[in-house]
Each structure stands twice: as structure tokens, then as C-alpha cells.
Design a protein around this ligand. Structure first.
Ligand code: AKG
Ligand code: FE2
Length: 359
């Protein structure tokens, strides 16, 4: 029988502990036009920072000022930082500590939560890597734990680590806190789009909007000049709330052909970025920035992304209210279930699915 072992890569954590040189399938292809600039450039200005408390304030001046900062952040970068979000710092610290503890457990223990059914069939949820579709597919230098946290009654708790014992309760609480922040941000964005109601974007999620928590773990890499932690991509969801490693940099954002380094932030600041579902809904007024993560040879890095997506059965399409004779739809509609499937096809080929939807 043909050797099919390439379909089931070992974890990057195991590789990092055993190899001097990353295996060839982890090396960024030479023909990749961006591979020569993995170092990235310094951002020309500080990352735009929005104070959520001010944005929601009843005093109109402060709120207007924050709203115009939000507009300019979305127009210039497609992402921004959020302070004043009200999520308990101790909750964030405890959840990150618990997930670090999970990633540091022996591989055999983590395999109980594997994203490979029966050891081979890939599913989105669980612990592991991306689907391996072809033998020559380039792989990313990261392991992850990907969990569906909403709707709450559709959680698969058997994928949620039972150790450390605090993990499940912390993730449950963090999910509730982030939901409030996401709702508030999407309402502010609906106002920027001048939709008739503040819930104009939230209404697009359908009956069963889905949230995934993705814990990314990037072991130190012996060849950061040749290997990416996550390849260039845009998030397929509506909105992402990202809690980055406080100390270790890695995230980069592409703008006008240049990769910019996003510096690590402390004080429990969250990074919010637009996903391509919202790019479609807003008919291109907002866009889902292309980003990637680079590796480093010294320190492991962790991040936690909360991805907010529509119901799988919902059609993602430009919001009707934004369209008119002078503003025709710029994207074709697509059922979110198909969008996700296509996203992974394009992602494995290092392409962006949204290009195929532009009219
Ligand atoms: O680790 C990061 O900073 C970004 C992670 C990311 O882009 C993702 O999970 O989609
Ligand atoms: Fe991302």
C-alpha cells in the first residue's frame, strides 16, 4: 500500500523538540513573492486604539471622537486595538495560563482531543493542524486547539480539555465576556455604515451564529527566515477578537504590498480585525486584512482568536440597505457553509477565496 503518512503530520511541538532543520514541507516556497521579506517593516504609525468605554459613552463628544477613530482605523488598516473593554484582566490571564498548560502537556495526552477522527479524517474542531490535502502542501509552524464555543448548546465538550480542571469554566466565562464586546463593536460599525438599526450587522448572523475559539501555539523555530507560523490569509468570519501574546511578537499585516509588524501589546488590549464575511456584508466598505504570523528562534508564542461567524446555512451577502443604483453589489452571495469549505481549498493553495466572489 502507498505510504499515506504525509496526511497525518506530527505536531509542530514534537518537531521543534526533535529536529535541527524544519522539514522541507514547512519551508516557504521560493516562488512566493513575499518570502524575501519575512522580517516585515515597522508600522508607519501606532496601531489605532479605540477605547470601548468612550465609544459607548453617553457624552456625545467623546463617543463621536472614538467613532471617527474607528472609521479611520477601518479605512486605513482593517484592524484596531481595543482598550476599556471591561473583560476582567484576571480572567484573561487565567485562561492564557490554562491553555499554555494544556499545550505543554505530553502529546499523547493532547491527542485525546485530536481533530483527526479515527486518527485520519480531518475536522475543524479539536487539537492539531490544518487539513493536509496534497503531499506537497506547505505547512505552518503552529499547533492549535480549535473549539466551537457558541451556540452554547452545540458545544462538543469532549473536545474541551479536562486538564487543567479550570480550563472549561474559564473558556465559558471568556466566551460570555467577548460576546458583549463583539456585539458592542458590531453595533458601532453598523452606525458607521448608517444602517437603519444598530443591530443591522448582528441581524445578518442568522439563527445560529457560530463562534470558534482558536488557541494558536507557535513553538520556537530554528529557521524563522524560512518558515511561517501561519501563512498569509484573511479570516473567513465576520469579526475576530484576538488576544495576543503579551511578550512575543509575530503577527504581521499586509498593506499596499508591504508587510508590517504588529507590536505585542500589554494591559490586556484586544486586537479586532474585520473578516471577509463582513467585507461582503459591508459591500467592500470594510475589508478583511491579509495577515500572517512569523516565527522566531528563541521563544514560543501563543494567541487566542475568537472568530464570530454566521449560521452555516445563512447566505453571506451585501446588506440590502447598502445597495442602490449607484452602489451595485460588489460580491456574489454564498452560503457560509460553502464559503468555509472553499476558504480551506484556497487557503491550502495560498490564495484568497474572496477574490472569486468579486463581481
Ligand atoms: O497569532 C496571531 O497573532 C494571529 C492568529 C491568526 O491570524 C488566526 O488564528 O487566524
Ligand atoms: Fe487570522
Amino acid at each position: 500500500m502507498a505510504d499515506e503518512s504525509w496526511r497525518v503530520p506530527s505536531t509542530v511541538q514534537e518537531l521543534a523538540a526533535t529536529v535541527q532543520e524544519p522539514p522541507r514541507r514547512y519551508l516557504v516556497p521560493e516562488q512566493d513573492p513575499l518570502s524575501d521579506q519575512l522580517a516585515g517593516a515597522e508600522m508607519p504609525e501606532p496601531v489605532p486604539t479605540i477605547d470601548l468605554r468612550r465609544l459607548l459613552a453617553t457624552d456625545a463628544d467623546g463617543a463621536d471622537e472614538e467613532a471617527s477613530k474607528l472609521r479611520s482605523a477601518l479605512q486605513s488598516w482593517g484592524f484596531f486595538m481595543v482598550t476599556g473593554h471591561g473583560i476582567e484582566a484576571s480572567l484573561m490571564d487565567a485562561l492564557i495560563a490554562a491553555s499554555r498548560e494544556f499545550f505543554r502537556k505530553p502529546v499523547e495526552e493532547k491527542q485525546a482531543y485530536s481533530n483527526l477522527i479515527g486518527g485520519k479524517q480531518w475536522q475543524l474542531e479539536g487539537y492539531g493542524n490544518d487539513p493536509v490535502k496534497t503531499k506537497d502542501q506547505i505547512m505552518d509552524w503552529s499547533d492549535r486547539l480549535h473549539l466551537r464555543v457558541e451556540p452554547e448548546d452545540e458545544r462538543n465538550l469532549d473536545r474541551w480539555p479536562g486538564h487543567p480542571a479550570s480550563f472549561r469554566g474559564l473558556l465559558h466565562e471568556y466566551t460570555a465576556s467577548c460576546k458583549r464586546v463583539k456585539d458592542e463593536i458590531l453595533r458601532a460599525m453598523a452606525r458607521l455604515l448608517e444602517l437603519g438599526e444598530d443591530d443591522g450587522i448582528l441581524n445578518q448572523f442568522g439563527d445560529k451564529g457560530t463562534t470558534y475559539a482558536r488557541f494558536n501555539y507557535y513553538p520556537a523555530c530554528p529557521r524563522p527566515d524560512l518558515v511561517l507560523g501561519i501563512r498569509p490569509h484573511s479570516d473567513v468570519c465576520v469579526l475576530t477578537l484576538l488576544l495576543m501574546d503579551e511578550h512575543v511578537a509575530g503577527l504581521q499585516v499586509l498593506r499596499d504590498g508591504t508587510w508590517y509588524r504588529v507590536p505585542p501589546v500589554s494591559d490586556h488590549t484586544l486586537l479586532v480585525n474585520v473578516g471577509v464575511s463582513l467585507e461582503i456584508m459591508s459591500n467592500g466598505v470594510f475589508w478583511g486584512p491579509v495577515h500572517r504570523v512569523v516565527t522566531n528562534s528563541e521563544k514560543e508564542r501563543m494567541s487566542l482568536a475568537m472568530f464570530y461567524s454566521t449560521d452555516l446555512e445563512k447566505e453571506v451577502e451585501p446588506i440590502a440597505e447598502l445597495l442602490g443604483e449607484k452602489q451595485p453589489a460588489r460580491y456574489r452571495k454564498i452560503k457560509f457553509r460553502d464559503f468555509v469549505a472553499e476558504h480551506y481549498e484556497y487557503f491550502s493553495k495560498r490564495e484568497r477565496v474572496i477574490e472569486s466572489l468579486k463581481i
